[in-house]
Design a protein around this ligand. Structure first.
Ligand code: AMP
Ligand code: GLY
Length: 446
């Protein structure tokens, strides 16, 4: 029997842990730190490890050695960028994810842009700046709309799509002058504004072989109609109809394969999940908006709702360098709606009691709706550890709180099913979008 450790505590990690626990050869799925949802999941147990970036790797290694962990699956970008996979490999622990070198594709926008330029991967024209005056001069030259990005990790929030020159100047002042994004924003990338439809293209890569996940699309803006500030993602669905099979082929040959080849050539074969955030123009030509070195959140939730293979099997095959060319998928679409807390994305509230969570939460394999938790904890055990009863009160503990995910015969029905459960859940200040999937639904009804 196998023991798995999932690192992270968001909706993505709940979905990963839930999927891993389905495998009959798995005995325990530990989640560090997890959330109230993972604590309630059969076979899953939350654990608290030192999350200080300097001690995190050694805390993970000690836990793995003490608890016979067979596989570590790393959810979020921060530990990947800081080298958790390298640290585990050095002591012979099998960890699924990219090395720190490869994770620079997400950890530094400048690295990613230079990498794309060197390898002819289509992406928006750009220039990097550390100085506000020259950044503004470049903005004057280029005009608006224009996109300003903090160089480092900023939890999905370091991107400003500026409609006007003034807005672009404000973004430069925030990042370079007033240091709103800290070190992540001490260098900015200014990018050409791309038009088209976005899609998320996520693969597993074992150094050489590519296993594409089904396609997906998320909604990054906070409000309905894709308006308001950028967030980590307010909902997602799979598949993304904009990724036709012709577009799919182009993404593999123009984007994913060049990453695999270039990383081999650099002496750092890419392993783990790779997420290409794409803009697909009217002619079906993809450009890379960003690379992430991990699975998407909330894309993981609808994608894993459709996965019929076992993620544990796929990761084992990936770690052995034998990824299959395809996984088994439910042909039906899936859609997830994020419920966020009051003030998100500018701030978030904690400690609001969540009512209306479904009693049986996807415990039957026939359940068509599953509520994945993200920012949740138990009110009487803020660390989420040692939970032995489903009766405890679940409260909010972060920006994105839940992702209600449904699978159905078509995308509209999936949205209706997710909305029905979402509408029954309540907490003070809960906010969610009722229009997740609108691009795909509009295409369906044509
Ligand atoms: P990122 O964090 O780089 O994915 O950017 C967040 C969001 O900003 C993307 O999902 C897009 O909606 C938007 N965005 C980023 N870069 C561009 C671009 N060059 N052109 C148009 N929109 C962009
Ligand atoms: N949903 C976007 C991301 O995971 O970055």
């Amino acid at each position: 029997m196998k023991n798995i450790l999932v690192v992270g505590g968001g909706g993505r990690e709940h979905a990963l842990a839930w999927q891993c626990a389905k495998n009959d050869t798995v005995q325990n799925v530990y989640v560090a730190p997890g959330n109230a949802g993972t604590a309630l999941e059969p076979k899953c147990k939350n654990i608290i490890l030192d999350s200080d970036i300097d001690n995190e790797h050694s805390a993970v290694i000690t836990f793995c050695q003490d608890n016979d962990i067979d596989i570590v699956i790393v959810g979020p970008e921060a530990p990947l960028v800081s080298g958790i996979v390298d640290a585990c490999r050095e002591v012979g622990i099998k960890a699924w994810g990219p090395t720190a070198y490869c994770a620079q594709l997400e950890g530094s926008k400048t690295f990613a842009k230079e990498f794309m330029a060197q390898n002819n991967i289509p992406t928006a024209a750009y220039k990097g700046f550390t100085d506000a005056a020259s950044a503004k001069a470049y903005i004057d030259e280029q005009g608006a709309p224009i996109v300003i990005k903090a160089d480092g990790l900023a939890a999905g929030k370091g991107v400003i799509v500026a409609e006007t020159i003034e807005h672009a100047y404000d973004a430069i002042d925030d990042m370079l002058a007033s240091n709103k994004f800290g070190d992540a924003g001490s260098r900015v990338v200014i990018e050409q504004f791309l038009t088209g439809e976005e899609a998320s293209f996520i693969c597993m890569i074992d150094g050489e072989n590519i296993l594409p996940m089904v396609t997906s699309q998320d909604h990054k803006r906070a409000f309905e109609g894709d308006t308001g500030p950028n967030t980590g993602g307010m909902g997602a669905y799979s598949p993304a109809p904009v990724v036709t099979s012709a577009v799919h082929d182009k993404v593999i040959t123009q984007v994913i394969q060049p990453v695999v080849d270039a990383m081999i050539a650099a002496g750092h074969p890419y392993t783990g999940f790779l997420y290409a955030g794409l803009m697909i123009d009217d002619a079906g030509e993809p450009s890379v908006i960003e690379f992430n070195c991990r699975f998407g959140d909330p894309e993981t939730q609808p994608i894993l709702m459709r996965l019929q293979s076992s993620m544990v099997d796929l990761v084992e095959q990936g770690l052995a360098g034998h990824l299959p060319a395809q996984a088994k998928w439910d042909p039906r679409p899936a859609l997830g709606i994020v419920i966020a807390s009051k003030g998100y994305p500018e701030s978030s509230s904690k400690g609001d009691v969540i009512a209306g969570l479904p009693e049986s939460n996807g415990t039957s394999s026939h359940d068509a709706v599953k509520v994945f938790h993200a920012g949740t904890v138990f009110s009487n055990d803020l660390d989420n550890a040692n939970i032995d009863s489903a009766q405890k009160e679940v409260v909010t503990s972060g920006g994105r709180v839940l992702c209600v995910t449904a699978i159905a015969d078509n995308i509209l029905e999936a949205r209706q099913a997710a909305l029905a459960v979402t509408g029954a859940i309540s907490f003070d200040g809960a906010q969610y979008r009722r229009d997740i999937g609108h691009h795909a639904i509009a295409r369906d009804s044509h």
